[in-house]
Write a protein that binds this ligand. Structure first.
Ligand SMILES: Cc1cc2nc3c(=O)[nH]c(=O)nc-3n(C[C@H](O)[C@H](O)[C@H](O)COP(=O)(O)OP(=O)(O)OC[C@H]3O[C@@H](n4cnc5c(N)ncnc54)[C@H](O)[C@@H]3O)c2cc1C
Ligand code: FES
Ligand code: FES
Length: 454
């Protein structure tokens, strides 16, 4: 006897047929139900045509990519699709502002706009995950400007416990249960937000025999903070980390960087734990954790963030070890905290090169520096010689140039289609100079486009 996937769809509670394939994507399932308003553009989280909204128990309304969500991971969640906007002001505002031409992107844009009208924030940021090829964004932004803020509560999501769907999609709710499942099934996929693994379902049409989805494990929930620092539960999505950074001045300098990680849709699903699990040399989370001296709390031990990635897409986890949380120490008062990313597009793009830094001072001189680069080696890595070169100096352009000349001692970037090794080295030197500029010009706008416009 298999469990049924329970979810609330457009306000209506549903218990799905036990035969529902749990690794099927939400997008495919919706369209098979005749709910064809949700479109497939890219099937890889990039275009936003498939955007639906997760309506959280906490009242949060977050857009997500239906093409990346496995049905099993939606057990206990409430979802709104464009069919749930009948009679709503959003479609009317889009039509009245002439914000739709061919209309293919419009359902996804309507969902992002609908969530934005409830969650607020920067409207440009709200649209970064929605590609419109023909209308242009001005009329879409005009339509959004007409929307009234709506604080109506989200519908109740079903209350659920541990479950197993189909022949092997497990959704444990306790850490001990998750570890036991992992030991019994060492080849199972460990699924969190699915913004990496979901591509294998949607784009490559893989169907794993067994999945252990960790999203509901109690010990992995939430973001908390104390004077020592922040603790990110492994299941906490980036949007929660970003909100916590925006609310705390010590971490606020990280917020513009995190706001460029994927799109709102990606950040509502993706997690720091998943980024560490992937162990990509261009993942955005690890340089930040390494610079701030972070620590990965696993089911067995604590691992310094710096020692977590052991090589190209390899990490230090044992076969039965799970990431439970990530600890990010509070930067000392007066320290310079910065994170910079260079990518081919400003939004919704993976880094070609990145730098996260924590610099402390004694008077005007640098007392200590931690410089962690992404995209500059087979893993995110510190530039130790450059760090040493900064100590004792005033952090100005000359010091940054001198330190930049030493980057080759620790970093050896690859050439790939995001950039050549030579370009990456020059870019990393530029990022160091930008760090000095942030120190000497603390009011400099973070966004480089804002800088150009100023
Ligand atoms: C359109 C798009 C844009 C993106 N933009 C960016 C970007 O700007 N910057 C960036 O860095 N990344 C980006 N990504 C990649 C992705 O969003 C991140 O790597 C994300 O952090 C993955 O987290 P997840 O929870 O979705 O992981 P999942 O896909 O669920 O899992 C990823 C890996 O981590 C493992 N894992 C997950 N949780 C645990 C755990 N608790 N213990 C042990 N192993 C675990 C899984 O087994 C898997 O191997 C993007 C992806 C897409 C599709
Ligand atoms: S279909 Fe393009 S983001 Fe899902
Ligand atoms: S209206 Fe055609 S893609 Fe946006």
């Amino acid at each position: 006897m298999h469990d049924r996937i329970a979810l609330t769809l457009n306000g209506e509670p549903l218990a799905l047929d036990p035969a529902t394939e749990p690794t099927q994507t939400l997008l495919d399932w919706l369209r098979a139900q005749g709910l064809t308003g949700t479109k497939e553009g890219c099937a890889e989280g990039d275009c936003g045509a498939c955007t639906v909204v997760l309506e959280g128990a906490d009242g949060a309304r977050r857009p997500v990519n239906a093409c990346l969500c496995a049905m099993g991971q939606l057990h206990g969640r409430a979802i709104r699709t464009v069919e749930g906007l009948r009679g709503d002001e959003v479609p009317r505002a889009l039509a009245e502002a002439d914000a739709t031409q061919c209309g293919f992107c419009t359902p996804g844009i309507a969902m992002s706009a609908w969530a934005w009208a409830r969650e607020g924030g920067d409207p440009h940021e709200a649209l970064a995950g929605n590609l419109c090829r023909c209308t242009g964004y001005r009329p879409i932004l005009d339509a959004m400007a007409r929307l009234a803020h709506d604080a109506a509560p989200a519908p109740a999501a079903p209350v659920v416990g541990s479950a197993c769907f189909g022949t092997g999609f497990h959704l444990p709710t306790a850490l001990a249960e998750a570890i036991a499942l992992r030991r019994a099934h060492p080849d199972a996929w460990l699924l969190m937000g699915g913004t990496d693994l979901g591509l294998r379902l949607a784009e490559h049409r893989e169907r794993p025999e067994r999945v252990i989805c960790l999203l509901n494990v109690a010990e992995m929930q939430g973001v908390s903070a104390d004077p020592g620092g922040m603790r990110l539960g492994a299941a906490a999505p980036y949007e929660d980390f970003l909100a916590a950074c925006r609310a705390d001045p010590a971490y606020a300098p990280l917020a513009p960087f995190l706001a460029r990680l994927g799109s709102r849709q990606i950040r509502a699903l993706g997690t720091v734990a998943g980024n560490l699990g992937t162990a990509s040399p261009i993942g955005d989370a690890l340089p930040v954790l390494v610079a701030l001296g972070g620590c990965v709390e696993t089911s067995a031990r604590d691992i310094a963030a710096e020692a977590f990635v052991t090589g190209y897409r390899r990490n230090a986890l044992a076969a039965d070890e799970l990431i439970v949380a990530i600890r990010v120490p509070r930067p000392p008062t007066g320290a310079l905290v910065a994170a910079e990313k260079l990518s081919r597009r400003h939004d919704q793009d993976i880094s070609a090169a990145s730098l996260a830094a924590l610099v402390t001072f004694e008077g005007a001189a640098v007392a200590s520096a931690r410089l962690a680069f992404g995209g500059m080696a087979d893993r995110p890595k510190r530039a130790l010689a450059a760090e040493r070169a900064l100590v004792g100096r005033t952090l100005d352009d000359a010091a940054a140039v001198a330190a930049g000349a030493l980057l080759g001692e620790d970093l050896s970037p690859l050439t790939d289609w995001r950039g050549s090794a030579a370009w990456r080295m020059e870019a990393a030197r530029g990022l160091l100079r930008r760090l000095a500029l942030r120190h000497t010009h603390p009011d400099m706008p973070h966004d480089i486009f804002a800088l150009e416009a100023a």
